[in-house]
Design a protein around this ligand. Sequence first.
Ligand SMILES: C[S@@+](CC[C@H](N)C(=O)[O-])C[C@H]1O[C@@H](n2cnc3c(N)ncnc32)[C@H](O)[C@@H]1O
Length: 222
Amino acid sequence: MPSPESSLLQSWHDNADAWIEVIRSGAIESRQQVTDQAILLAIMGRQPERVLDLGCGEGWLLRALTARGIDATGVDGDVTLVEAAREAGSANVHVASYQTLAEARVDIGRDYDLICANFSLLQQDIIALLAAMNALLVPGGTLIIQTLHPWTVAAGDYQDGWREESFAAFKGQWQPMPWYFRTLSSWLNALDMAGFRLVGLQEPQHPQSAVPQSLLMIAESR
Ligand SMILES: C[S@@+](CC[C@H](N)C(=O)[O-])C[C@H]1O[C@@H](n2cnc3c(N)ncnc32)[C@H](O)[C@@H]1O
């Protein structure tokens, strides 16, 4: 039986084309209204010159950063998404699984001022990966993670554990995706264990929404 981690990456292989369509058609309202802008502002606020986008998907954030004069590199475990990012104009995009990155078995460059992960840390074991990313940062470099806000998706079960996303809200054919729910303290512990110091925590929200659209953590390498 495959592990949830390998089923998770497999779901991205299966869902890559549907994901490209969803992102490029602007079908996710919370991204259009709140979270795309939130991560861009958080990144630009740190004034980085070189950024690594971890789990970059089809590359929308790489393109947005490049348009703002930033030297942006991407990495993702799905070949179809990486090819889509390249075809859309991003020259520096690597194919690598988080496992190979955690074990430093692949060269994706180093001395980044900032590494961001936008809704792309979905697996259980993130500490070794984040520690490996820490090693690719300049001293005191920044890590920015945007993720689902745990309080809005807990659904009455506020403890770490595997859940399943069916993508029922989206049009098209989708394979279910296992993903690992993490409490706020679990996120903060993981950052600490990977050698980061939290310096900012945001809860991006739309003025007409009663709940935040995401949790956004800004941390520095220590
Ligand atoms: C929800 S998408 C987010 C993509 C992009 N950051 C964005 O904002 O649109 C999650 C991404 O994480 C990548 N991913 C998930 N698990 C991975 C793994 N184990 N190794 C490498 N990439 C992985 C997927 O391929 C996918 O592109």
